[in-house]
Write a protein that binds this ligand. Structure first.
Ligand code: SAM
Ligand code: SF4
Length: 322
């Protein structure tokens, strides 16, 4: 296996896979209240088909996989897929992003299947606000999920927090203090303009608001993404910043995205991807799949234009896999 580069010299080694577009929540920044039309099960890539894509990608130089959605834990037998991917030659890191609501009962089997680490989305520590943001969920389920993930030995467990002005920005300090009290790894994410929700709080402002808690020392945390990590003096946990709008990280982008229906997308904002489902279902050879992956990489744009305003996409965040 050799290293894989796109036409702008970026090394591509990371594939994010949306295993379903379905979700048991309706977060205000991700989905409309009624949810999104569910793709019929027959149109979703099977675990065998996903594994074939990963085998082809691994042969080219991809070695890191993240499973996401929609909510990946609503798809049946997810540990089976994790096991298949962990056994794929060339893959050395399989991770998962989840809303955590179903994690309490699943954390151990995910770990036993080979999952190394996990990101859990949690925007608030207030139960009422949690229901306001997610429209359907219960905060306790996620808190139980975080506990279970840590007890199962998933490491690190990272908490993803999308900060929204006037909704949860008053909790920046409380969430940050969880890095000291509980050793949480909390990552603040800038709101991207996918849904009709506005109120981005730029990372510069988040950093400023954390100021009174102490000076932030730069540090490292295992991961494949663009987050920059810091630590409050003496804290076991870390604070990460992901700033796709105010400080775009396109120049370091290392990833491709596979939608649940088999479109391979070179960028989060791609309107169209390259269809892998039809070739997979008409017995394409491994070389043909590899050629399609290389075609997607060759079409990776230099950058996105998120900073310029609302994004009108045919596909929403839950489908392409945030
Ligand atoms: N359902 C899982 C979850 O919520 O973690 C995985 C899929 S979700 C689309 C992946 C991540 O995208 C979550 O951390 C979520 O907070 C983030 N996300 C969704 N919409 C977003 C938006 N408009 N701006 C920033 N992050 C967003
Ligand atoms: Fe579901 Fe995750 Fe989107 Fe929330 S952010 S609606 S949990 S897919």
């Amino acid at each position: 296996m050799s290293d894989l580069f796109d036409s702008f010299g970026r090394r591509i080694n990371y594939l994010r896979i949306s295993v379903t577009d379905r979700c048991n929540l309706r977060c205000i920044y991700c989905m409309p209240p009624e949810g999104v039309p569910a793709i019929p099960h027959s149109e979703l890539l099977s675990y065998e088909e996903i594994t074939t894509v990963v085998q082809a990608a691994a042969g080219l130089g991809i070695n890191k996989i993240r499973l996401t959605g929609g909510e990946p834990l609503v798809r049946a037998e997810l540990p089976k897929l994790i096991q298949m991917l962990c056994q794929t030659k060339g893959i050395d890191d399989v991770s998962l992003t989840t809303n955590g609501t179903l994690l309490k009962k699943r954390a151990l089997e995910l770990k036993q299947a080979g999952l190394g680490r996990i990101n859990i989305s949690l925007d608030t520590l207030d139960g009422d606000k949690f229901r306001q943001i997610t429209r359907l969920g219960e905060l306790k389920d996620v808190l139980d999920g975080i506990k279970a993930a840590r007890e199962a030995g998933l490491n690190p467990v990272k908490i993803n927090t999308v900060v929204i002005h006037g909704i949860n920005d008053d909790e920046i300090l409380e969430l940050t203090s969880m890095t000291c009290k509980e050793g949480w790894h909390v990552r603040f994410i800038e709101l991207m303009p996918f849904a009709d929700v506005t109120g981005i709080v730029p990372c510069s402002e988040i950093r400023q608001r954390i100021g009174p808690l102490g000076s932030l020392e730069p540090c490292c945390l295992i991961g494949n993404g663009p987050a920059r990590y810091y630590r409050l003096p003496g804290a076991k946990g870390t604070i990460g910043f992901i700033c796709p709008v105010s400080e775009p990280f396109c120049s370091q982008c290392n990833r491709l995205r596979l939608t649940s229906s088999g479109q391979l997308c070179p960028c989060l904002l791609s309107e169209e991807g390259i269809d892998l489902k039809r070739p997979l279902r008409s017995n394409a050879s491994m070389q043909q799949i590899e050629r399609l992956i290389l075609k997607a990489i060759a079409s990776k744009p230099k950058q996105h234009h998120l900073a310029q305003g609302t994004v009108h996409m045919k596909r929403n965040m839950s489908r392409i896999g945030g």
